[in-house]
Design a protein around this ligand. Structure first.
Ligand SMILES: [Fe+2]
Length: 162
C-alpha cells in the first residue's frame, strides 16, 4: 500500500509538471487567438484559457501541500511561444482535429496519476483528467458543428472547487 504521507518522486515530478503545464496552457490558448479568423474562435480560446487557469488553481493546494518548487509564472509563460507560432498555417477545424489527437493521451495519463496519488490529492487529480475530457468534448462538438460546443468547458468552470 502506498505511503499516504510520502508520495514518490515520480508522482511529485509529474504533478509539478502538470501544474506548470496548466499555467503555460492559460497563456498558450490566449495567445492563439490572433491566428484564427474563425468567427467566435477568440471567445472559445478565452474559455480554454480560463479552463487551464482554473485547473492550475485546483492543483495549487496539492503543490503547496507537497512543497513543490514551482517556477515563476513570468519564466513559464514565454515557453509557450514556439507552440503558438506552430499554428500559423492551421485551419480552425484542422486545429480541432489535432486537439482531439494531441489531448487524448493526457486523459489516460492523468487518470493513472489519480490512481497513484495520495487519497487527499485524488479529487483534484480527477478534475485534472476531467478538464482534458472537456477539451476533447469541445473539439468534437466543434467538428460536428454544434452551436453549443463550449458547454463542457462552461460546465467545468461553473462546477464547485474540489
Ligand atoms: Fe490543461
Amino acid at each position: 500500500m502506498a505511503d499516504e504521507t510520502k508520495p514518490d518522486s515520480a508522482y511529485l515530478d509529474r504533478l509539478l509538471q502538470a501544474f506548470e503545464g496548466e499555467i503555460k496552457g492559460e497563456t498558450y490558448f490566449a495567445d492563439l487567438a490572433p491566428y484564427f479568423d474563425e468567427p467566435g474562435a477568440d471567445g472559445k480560446l478565452a474559455l480554454l484559457s480560463q479552463l487551464e487557469r482554473r485547473t492550475a488553481e485546483t492543483l495549487r493546494p496539492l503543490i503547496e501541500r507537497h512543497g513543490l518548487p514551482v517556477r515563476d509564472e513570468a519564466t513559464l509563460r514565454p515557453q509557450t511561444a514556439p507552440m503558438v507560432v506552430d499554428h500559423g498555417a492551421e485551419s480552425w477545424i484542422g486545429y480541432m482535429a489535432r486537439m482531439i489527437k494531441d489531448f487524448s493521451p493526457y486523459v489516460d495519463e492523468f487518470q493513472a496519476l489519480e490512481m497513484k496519488g495520495p487519497t487527499k490529492d485524488r479529487p483534484a487529480l480527477a478534475r485534472l483528467a476531467r478538464h482534458e475530457v472537456c477539451i476533447i468534448e469541445f473539439a468534437k462538438a466543434e467538428l460536428a458543428g454544434d452551436p453549443d460546443s463550449t458547454a463542457p468547458i462552461r460546465e467545468y468552470l461553473e462546477a464547485e472547487e474540489v
